[in-house]
Design a protein around this ligand. Structure first.
Ligand code: NIG
Ligand code: FE
Length: 414
């Protein structure tokens, strides 16, 4: 049995009440903290915390003590939307973008998702695992302590299963929770360009049963967008996925008012992600249920598309999360520190709101907020310790720089 006591914490951030599992709109302004604190981790969990003038008299045997020396301690980032299994980067498209080509033009010129799919089909499971593991390690070093990973660059039965098996291996081998989403409905493969019904049939009648049989996915995803999957396609896919117990987490309203948000809400999606383009009807549709609006500001930044209306969503009491969208095309970065900075700078979220969006609401978007995402007794001890900082706002203020000095996973310094 191992125990870790972290002392001299200038501020222990995110000490939400144990039963707070998701924050809606205005609640996101509250980020409770304990100043001049200690935290005790036992058996991988948060056992207790308090103020330095009140250190526990009885401490476990075999205790390791770590002096935070005035740094802040946060619950790790929960990155609820990534595509980190891919065969090759796409930096040639980066240059096309500099030359003024749009995301749609690059896709039409043979780039985009189909480009990644061609490369992934040729890669072995081993190669995919090795490169995804490097990315996941980098993300962990940058403070991520729970993650969702999608398929969607396979676009054939074998390659989609290959991707999801890679995600399963990451789940097995990494010390953080990993959730998998099945995203065969990411783009119509070239051979189904004129046979959309055929591809939908392949997904629903061949792939989904295999994915379910092997228990390879936690969620069903679809890219509901003009030129990709229509509302009707998405509706059908989500209906079929429900038969296999897969809840939706979908891509919606990235490039246009696609109807994706409403179809997601209709199917009680755990989250609808992107939402760069919204109108009043979109916001209204999210007001009553528990579907989380997951915003991806580093995607907007990287491909120069509008930033989501975070303030409008929060004013309407919608729960908002932020995530990285790490993928080779629209967001080649999994740095959640940058995501939190961009949430402040470009989504105009206050530091407290952005941090809640990247921790507790991110955990809720992984359906894991009972286990992680805040500092509460019994939750996983996945934490990061910063350098000494003058204030909470210093973290997102120092954009592009990491303040993280130490990572704690399952109660162990790693
Ligand atoms: O979330 N929008 C769809 N999928 C990814 C981008 C995929 C790609 O360009 O490879 C996204 O931005
Ligand atoms: Fe995405």
């Amino acid at each position: 049995m191992s125990a870790l006591l972290i002392t001299n914490i200038s501020s222990l951030i995110g000490t939400h009440p144990q039963n707070t599992l998701m924050l809606r709109g205005k609640q996101m302004q509250e980020l409770p903290a304990v100043d001049n604190a200690w935290i005790l981790c036992e058996d991988g969990k948060i056992a207790d915390f308090g103020t330095m003038d009140n250190l526990p008299a009885q401490l476990p045997n075999a205790l390791h003590t770590h002096n935070a020396k005035g740094g802040f301690v946060f619950s790790s980032w929960c990155d609820s939307h990534t595509h980190i299994v891919f065969a090759a980067p796409r930096e040639e498209e980066f240059v096309m973008k500099i030359d003024g080509k749009s995301y749609e033009e690059i896709a039409a010129a043979g780039g985009g998702i189909l480009n990644s799919a061609r490369k992934l089909q040729l890669a072995s499971e081993e190669e995919l695992y090795e490169s995804a593991a490097i990315r996941l390690n980098d993300m962990i070093r940058q403070g991520t302590g729970a993650v969702e990973i999608k398929s969607g660059y396979g676009l054939s039965t074998d390659s989609e299963l290959k991707m999801l098996r890679v995600v399963r291996r990451l789940k097995e081998n990494f010390p953080i929770p990993v959730k998998a989403s099945f995203l065969a409905a990411h783009a119509y493969p070239a051979e189904y360009k004129n046979d959309h019904a055929g591809y939908l049939k392949l997904i629903t009648e061949v792939m989904l049963p295999r994915v379910a049989e092997e228990g390879l996915a936690d969620y069903m995803d679809a890219f509901c967008e003009q030129g990709f999957f229509s509302v009707e396609d998405t509706d059908r896919l989500l209906t079929e996925a429900a038969r296999y117990g897969l809840k939706p987490k979908i891509h919606a309203n990235q490039l246009s008012i696609s109807g994706g948000v409403q179809v997601g809400v209709k199917h009680h999606a755990v989250s609808v992600d992107h939402l760069e383009v919204t109108d009043d009807a979109v916001i209204e549709s999210l007001q009553s249920g528990n579907t989380i609006a997951t915003l991806l500001p580093s995607c907007s930044f990287y491909i120069n598309i509008p930033f989501a209306n975070a303030r409008g969503l929060m004013n309407a009491d919608v729960p908002v999360a932020v995530a990285s969208d790490y993928n080779p095309g629209s967001t080649p970065s999994g740095n959640m520190n940058l995501v939190v900075s961009l949430a402040c700078i470009k989504l105009r979220m206050r530091p407290e709101e952005a941090i809640n969006a990247a921790t507790l609401n991110g955990a809720a978007a992984l359906e894991m907020s009972g286990q992680t995402g805040s500092i509460a007794k019994g939750k996983m001890a996945n934490l990061f310790i910063t350098r000494k900082m003058p204030s909470l706002a210093f973290l997102p203020y120092s954009f592009g720089q990491s303040q993280i000095e130490t990572i704690v996973l399952n109660g162990k310094i790693s």
